[in-house]
Each structure stands twice: as C-alpha cells, then as structure tokens.
Design a protein around this ligand. Structure first.
Ligand code: ADP
Ligand code: MG
Length: 729
C-alpha cells in the first residue's frame, strides 16, 4: 500500500511556482488603496466630519454621534465602491487571534425589498454575543455580554469583501477583555509621562508617540505535507521527527537566494499587504532551512500592532494559494532555530524627533541620555514582568535554546554607550559641581556621535538590545500579539519617567540647578540598574552563572514566569499608570495559565493519538516483515548459517519491541499524569502539573519515536520527515 506520505511527496515534486500576473504598477500607485485613510476620508467626508475624525485620531477624543453617522455613511459609500458587502468590528480578544463577525450592509424593508445601510451606531459600538472568549472570570455568564467600540486611531480597511473596523473589546462593567485596550492606555500613559519630561529640554513638545517596527520570522511548508501532519495542524509544531543530516550547520540558508516558489509567495502577500497599507519592505531567508523573515517600516505602535496581526492573517491566507502553509509557531521544528518577532521600539515627539537617537548638541544628548537611562532603569525594575509578557508554551522552546535570548532579562548597550554611562557615573557627584566640572561633563556628552549605528556592535544574543536609535526586544515570540509586551514596555517606562520627573523636580525645589539635578538622578539610576547590563554572550553557560551571582531571575518555563504578572509591584505599576486594575490583571494571569495548560494538554493528546494510530502500527508492521523474513531464512538455511544471516534482523526486531514498549508505557503514564493534573483545583496548580508532570513524557516518547523513524522502512513511515518538510525548492 502506498502511504499518504509517499502520495504527498509526489505532489510536492510536481509543484511549480504560482505565476503572478505581472503588474507594471508601482507600489506607490496602489499602496493603502484598501484603507479608509486620509485620501479616502478627504474624498468621502465633509470638512466638518474630516476635522472631527482627525481630532479624535490625534487627541484621542470621542467622535460625536452625529459625526459618526456621517462617517459611517461615507465609509459605506467608499467600501461599496470597492465591492464590499459586509462589515465587521475587528478586535483582539485574549485568545491571541483576531476576531471578526461579519454583518451584511443590507436590511430588509417593506415590500420584500432591501436597502444597504450602515449607521453611526453600528460603526461606533457593537454588542457581539462574544461570551466564549477568554475572560478570566470577569464576565459571569449572566453578564456575559461584552462590547466592541471603535478605535478611530487605527483606520478601517477592506479585507476580502468585508469592511473591517478596528475596535477595543470590553466587558459591560468596563473591564478590558482584549490586548488593544491596555495598549492604548499604555500609549496614553507614556505620551503623558514622556511629554512632561521633554519639557526640561524642549517646551514645544506636546505629544510623544511610541514607535514599533516588528520583524516577523516564519517557516513555510508544502501544504501536502502539512495536511498529513496532525501535530502541525493542531499544535503548530512537529512533536516528532528525526533531525535531518543537513540542518542549518552550513549556514547556507541565511540571506541565501530565495527559492522561486517562495519568492512568488512573498511578492503576493506583500502586494496584499501594501493594498492594506502595511509597509512591509524587507524580506530574506532566515537561519533555519525553510525559514524566512519580513519586516516593515516602523509605525506608531497601535497601528504597527494592528498591522502585524493583519499581516499574519494575510500571510496565512495567501500561503494557501501557493500550496504552502505558513508556520508562525515559535518552534515548529526541534534542532533548528525557532522564530521570533523582534520588537524595535522607540519614542518620537510630535516634532519628529526620535528621543532614543543621540543629537548634535549637549542639550539634545542630555535628553537622549535621559530617555535612554530611564528605559534601562525601567527594564531593571520590571525585568520579571517583561519576561512574563513574552511567556508562552510555544516560546518556552525557543528562549534559551541557543538561538534566541535566554529567559534571563538583560540589556545590551554597546561599548560606546556603556562607556558614556560609566563616565557619567564617575563625573557626577552629589555635592555641588564646579562650573568647570559641569562644562567638562557637557562637553563629554556633546561628543556622543549622533549616528551610533555603525559603531554599535550588534549583539544578537541579548533579549533587549540598544541598536543605535531604538531598543530591540528580541524575546517576543513569532506568533505573539506584540500588544502584550508593548503594553508592558510602555507602562514601565511611563512609570519610570514619572518617578524621574518627581525626583528631578524635588531637587530643583531644593535649588539644585536643572541640568545638575538631571545628572544626579541619572547617575543614581545608572548605579542602581547596573546589574541588568550585559555586553557578553547571552547564549553561553557563563552568563547563566554570572546572572545567578547578580541575582537576576532565570525562569525557564511559563507557569513560573507568569507569577510576575500579579506581584504587588506589577499590579501597582499597572494601576498607577491607569492601564489595568488589579482585577483585570489577575484575570489576565488566569487566562495565561489556562492557555498554557490547554496547549500542553492538546500536545499531549495529539502525541498519544499519533503514537497509537500511526507510529506503533507502522513499527509493528515493519517488525512483522522482519519476522517473516527471519522465519523464511530459517526454513532455507541450516542452523549455523541462519544465526549468521539473521543476527541483524533479530536485533532489529528486538530493538523495535523495546522502543514500542517504552513509547506505549510513557504514553499511558502521560495520560494518567494528565488525569491527575485535571483534578487539581487551581489554574496555577494545573499549569505547574502540566509543565512538570505531563510535559517531561514528551521527551521520552519523542526520543524513541525518532529512533523508530530511523529503523522503519522509509516507504512505509507514515509521517513526513524533517528532510522532506524543511526542503523547499
Ligand atoms: P536590522 O535590525 O535588521 O539591522 P533596521 O535597524 O534597519 O534593521 O530595522 C529593523 C526594524 O527596526 C525595522 O522594522 C525598522 O522599521 C525598525 N525601526 C527603525 N527605526 C525605528 C524606530 N525609531 N522606532 C521603532 N522601530 C524602528
Ligand atoms: Mg533587527
């Protein structure tokens, strides 16, 4: 019998790149044409409505109801001119994926006819019966309703034949049930805190935005192979698979020539992205075979987060046209690199100044150092919370696996800036500085070159690295909603800037001159946050030992890492910044634990299914062939000759039995461990049991299955192999 795998491989052999209609249009001619952006607004809105919307976009004010009616009517007219029939509120529940429920524009009217309608009410607010999204106990079923509310700061767009309106998702009692609401609040908090601090340097600053440029890593696999790997389908990763002889050792894939089929796919999803105004610009092969990356030009953080979520959806849908499946999981394959989503983050003023970019004068450099040191200090203060913000069952496989930053949070600054901070620490003293000392200090600061990019040694092993004019948070997982970690980062930096301002002001009140006061507080932070700075190799074991000495946490798995979400310090920080109250944050903690448990539970179940339905039968089948063969040899050979001829086969027969026995026992014990875990009475206990009692079986089972893969006849092995899945033409 031909196995499904062999049939699938035949499909793969016959694949050709999908030919794209060659368009001679430049990107600039169609960029953003499916977005209800400035151009569409100007064309379709009255001047009054246009101004009102602009206002709420910039100041975050609420759009008046009567304007909303007008905007809705115009949006509908615009969307209909592009063949759109439905609309949806597009939101980000805590399940991680985006959510949408499409409603038609048409409404039946008297006489059996219908008209198309879209009211301001429908635009501004909806009450989806969305009671099945994770809510961590915030919404008891009797008050199960939540509602979605328009976020005018992220423009509506058309995807398929549906007008999508970015919205927040909150409970009837006002608690946030999504990623977007706290993100928007954190952006507001950092705007306020950073604008206040900017007043020390530049009175013209009235607004500060956080900017985000993500880099999205992903794998591609031929859909024929994906379709017969149940583990990939249900868990996003391969639970079995022997390492291929050629993985990434030769480092020949990274930035290599992009395979034609893949290039066709990239062009296609980039085209779709550009219609949606997602500024993807960079593409390349990544380190692991069949791994790739794309990156956009950075944008305001809320928009960048929406764009990343939308992009992931676009990538998945477009992949199917090309007979690919895109794998966004953090670790689809063992033994080769996993995928991350580097979050490049900075702060910019309404005057267009990047606050994390050194300037040309001592004054602008002092401003730069202020934001720079405060960010380092914030990461120092809340390293554990930052770690928790990127914790997931998937990301556990990646962090610390010699390919991604370890679970220890540290900050990399580069030699040049490390020196600047060291100098500052020495030069400033708490007593009054002489005019000469001050001049010297300012001159030194003035010497920070405005372009550090070329000088900054790139440290790829740090979770949080300064890269010349921004920080790069490299520990974020590839499938994550960047909104989670970005909310934390904005929030902790906001809190830190508020504290900074308070300290500086109190010194100024004591008649310390402003610059000197700033210097003194910065010096204090430089000293306090030293432990978090690390310039060396983050992948090495020496760092683990060193970090331990420094007292930095190294929590390898999610259930433990999540504790930081509900520490007093974290709860107070979120509350003081007006981002999440205790109840909301505790609910998030519960959801994160439950999600972890469910993921491991699903992996464990699918593992047992595949072992019982696919692996053991294949092994026993092959064993049967060996047994029959040995019996046949016995029939035709004398005893002495038989022993010589059948030795290897008998060894193999025994080896198969041994592996099968171990696998079966481990799978049964694992089921038992699952039952025990399910009976525990708290989400925390369950998550720990799944992590510590269930997951360890994965390794035993996998090890033995992978051995069998190497023994059993290639023609009858049921699962696509690594060497097949990781090879793309
Ligand atoms: P690499 O890190 O691969 O060398 P770049 O430094 O050019 O590449 O940029 C990586 C990402 O950082 C891009 O998505 C880019 O848009 C983003 N980026 C650049 N400047 C900023 C900034 N000021 N704020 C946020 N993201 C930025
Ligand atoms: Mg980068």
């Amino acid at each position: 019998m031909t196995t499904r795998r062999i049939l699938a491989l035949q499909d793969v052999v016959n694949r050709v790149p999908v030919a794209l209609e060659k368009s001679d249009k430049k990107v600039s001619e169609y960029y953003g044409s499916d977005v209800f952006g400035m151009d569409a607004m100007r064309e379709f809105l009255s001047e009054e409505a246009f101004d009102s919307i602009q206002n709420s976009m910039h100041q975050g004010t609420i759009v008046e109801r009567k304007m909303a009616d007008q905007v809705a009517a115009c949006m509908k007219a615009w969307a209909q001119s592009k063949g759109v029939t439905h609309f949806t509120h597009w939101f980000q529940p805590l399940s991680g994926a985006t959510a949408e429920k499409h409603d038609g524009f048409f409404e039946p009217i008297a006489g059996g006819r219908a008209i198309e309608r879209f009211s301001g009410n429908a635009l501004v607010q909806q009450e989806p019966d969305a009671s099945s999204f994770p809510n961590g106990g915030i919404r008891n079923t009797f008050e199960a309703r939540g509602y979605t509310a328009w976020d005018p700061t992220s423009p509506a767009f058309i995807w398929g034949q549906t007008l999508c309106i970015p919205t927040i998702f909150i409970s009837y009692t006002g608690e946030s049930l999504d990623f977007k609401t706290p993100l928007l609040k954190s952006l507001h908090a950092i705007d306020k805190a950073a604008t206040d601090v900017c007043q020390y340097f530049d009175k013209n600053v009235t607004k500060v935005i956080a900017t985000l440029g993500w880099e999205q890593e992903y794998f591609l696999i031929d859909s024929a192979l994906y379709n017969i790997r149940y583990d990939l389908q249900q868990t996003g990763r391969t639970l079995f698979g022997h390492a291929p002889a050629k993985g990434q050792q030769l480092e020949d894939h990274y930035w290599g020539s992009i395979p034609e089929r893949v290039a066709a796919y990239m062009r296609d999803f980039e085209y779709e992205s550009h219609l949606l105004g997602i500024p993807v610009r960079t593409r390349h092969n990544e380190v692991a075979p069949a791994q790739f990356e794309c990156a956009p030009v950075f944008e305001e953080t809320n928009l960048a987060v929406d764009h990343n979520l939308l992009l992931m959806d676009v990538m998945e849908k477009v992949a199917i046209r090309h007979n690919f499946r895109v794998l966004l999981h953090e670790k689809p394959y063992a033994g080769v690199n996993g995928s991350g989503k580097h979050n490049n983050w900075s702060l910019a003023t309404d005057g267009g100044k990047n606050l994390l970019s050194p300037g040309k004068t001592p004054k602008t450099n002092l401003q730069f150092l202020t934001f720079f040191v405060n960010t380092v200090m914030a990461v120092y203060e809340h390293a554990d919370l930052l770690r928790a913000s990127i914790a997931s069952a998937n990301n556990d496989h990646r962090l610390g696996a010699n390919e991604a930053p370890p679970a220890i949070m540290s900050v990399f600054l580069g030699q040049q800036l490390s020196n600047v901070l060291d100098d500052l620490e020495k030069a400033v003293h708490s007593g009054k500085m002489s005019p000469e000392e001050k001049t010297k200090l300012k001159m030194n600061i003035g010497r920070i070159p405005d372009i550090l990019l070329d000088n900054t040694d790139r440290n790829r092993t740090s979770p949080f690295a300064f890269t010349g004019n921004k920080f790069e948070f490299r520990a974020v997982g590839s499938s994550a909603n960047c909104g989670g970690p970005m909310t934390v980062l904005n929030a902790i930096v906001a809190e830190q800037l508020v504290a900074f301002k308070k300290e500086v002001d109190s010194l100024i009140d004591k008649k310390v001159e402003k610059d000197e006061a700033i210097f003194q507080v910065l010096k204090k932070y430089i000293i306090a946050s030293k432990r978090i700075r690390f310039e060396g190799n983050g992948y090495g074991d020496e760092w683990k030992a060193e970090a331990k000495k420094r007292g930095l946490a190294n929590i390898a798995t999610t259930p433990g890492a999540l504790d930081a979400m509900i520490s007093k310090k974290s709860l107070n920080m979120f509350e003081s910044q007006g981002i999440l109250n205790h109840r909301e944050q505790e609910a998030r903690y519960e959801i994160a634990l439950e999600t972890y448990t469910k993921k491991i539970q699903i992996e464990s179940r699918i593992m047992a299914d595949m072992v019982n339905n696919q692996i053991i039968p294949a092994a026993l089948n092959y064993q049967k062939t060996l047994i029959e063969n040995a019996k046949g040899l016995k029939d035709i050979l004398g005893a002495a000759e038989f022993k010589k001829a059948a030795d290897t086969q008998i060894e193999l027969i025994k080896e198969i039995s041994e592996h099968v026995t171990i696998i079966k026992k481990a799978a049964d014990d694992m089921t038992e461990a699952r039952k025990n875990a399910n009976n525990l009475d708290s989400a925390k206990k369950q998550a720990h049991a799944y992590c510590e009692k269930v997951k360890p079986f994965f390794e035993t089972i996998r090890y033995n299955v992978d051995k069998l893969e190497n023994i059993v006849d290639d023609a009858t092995w049921p699962l696509p192999k690594y060497r097949e899945m990781l090879y793309l033409r």
